[in-house]
Design a protein around this ligand. Sequence first.
Ligand SMILES: [Cu+2]
Length: 504
Amino acid sequence: MTTNKSNDAASNPTWYGEIRYMFTKTDIAHMLPHGINLGDYLTVKSHAISIFGQISAGRMPPGNPWPADWQTTFSNWISNGYPQGTASTKSKLLGLNTLAAKTVQATRIRKEISTLSASELALLKKAFTAIMKKEPTDPNSYYLHASWHGLPSQYCMHHAPGYNPWHRAFLVGFENALRSVPGCENVTLPYWDLNTSLPEVLSQPPFDSYTLPVDIGNGYKEGYVTTRYKAAEIAQNFKTYSVLEDFNRASTKTDWEDYTGMIDNRANNTTIAAHDGGHVSIGDSMANQQVSAFDPIFWFYHCNLDRLFWQWQSEMQATTLAGLLTTIQSDNSRRIFTVPVWQALAPFTDGPTALTTVKIVDSVTSLDVNYDTQAKPTMMKMIPTTKGSTFASDKFFVHTDKVNARVKGINRLKIPGSFKVHLLKDDKIIASRAVFQPNEADKCENCVENAIIHLDFELPLTKVSKGKLGVWVEPLDHSQFGDHFPHKMMGNPTVNVRLLLSNE
Ligand SMILES: [Cu+2]
């Protein structure tokens, strides 16, 4: 067996750059019954030596042994300490990539709302107006679709691994309702690129507001009209709650948990944080989970978040289930894509177009959806993940320029609706975050399941040093507890401030 370094072997291979592509679906399926998941970074890392033994002896993969340069690549990866790295489109193994989606063209191309032609806009308005007029019980009514997110049925998933999958299914269902209107069969839902200020068209009917046709409970009666803040205020709020900054940070992450944020104890300063901050920034209806989806802006806002998720998937070569699974680090997160009962996305699991977490992974192939701005997979901006702790078996760097302040163990169930968490220095606000939830979180099944949360403030060391720090939790609704929600009633959260570590 030759182990000569061939020209094609990668000298600095990484999990995301090369290694994960070396195991085919067949290889993965072959080893799963033996309890070894070759699509999983931590598993491959912990079994790397024995995998290499099998491979270099020509025993694996069965009937399809690796060429010498692959073996060298794998052994280099072991020698270099199993770096995770970043996704690479210029892989040495280009052409052997089994994880990327086949090049299928979608017919539903979603565009930025301000780029729609006059006729496209006219059709979209027609579709919105028509479904808004439908009877609340009509399967294609605006009311029914919006009602699944908050009151009265509250199916939505937030602050949990199901967040992105659930909302993707939600958007497709809504788009189908728009398409049910005669003449609008080809309408697609546009997105609002948050980097541009609030498009003027969103202040025009039928996108400016929606009026509830029936009572939905908790004080929201028939005739309630959705409201939102003015464009300038929204833009300012996006800065205050670091919405764009958090979305940008998410786009640089390689692990699914980091991209989503919060779950599995990861930093809550990426997608979920940005999503929550955006809702609270747009207000007033959008800030309250119970009614947010009734404001028409909801659909354009969320369509953009789905676009960002698809873009991240494309950059990470995670547009197929196999690809996506290689970016997921924990069994807890992985279970929503691998365990049938967790794959269910109520209420979309019923009916002929039943949608599950697995079905929504590949937007193009299974949903026929794509976006006009296709991801440019440059990977240049991917940065090593920083974290609070690392395996002692790994080598690590300490970053001394920034710190992460984590407000930890907030039990949010008694907080009346969405709230802000401010970090104070000498009683002045130095940073703020927002959490999006219903008025009565203790009555929302998903909130109860994910009651305890944490928030992360990644700040320059100089910003938190030389001053007395504090944490202030401010509910949006001041009527019940004033502007300071008592720490005792939210489980006495703690704070830790730590330097960040990375392995690369
Ligand atoms: Cu949302």
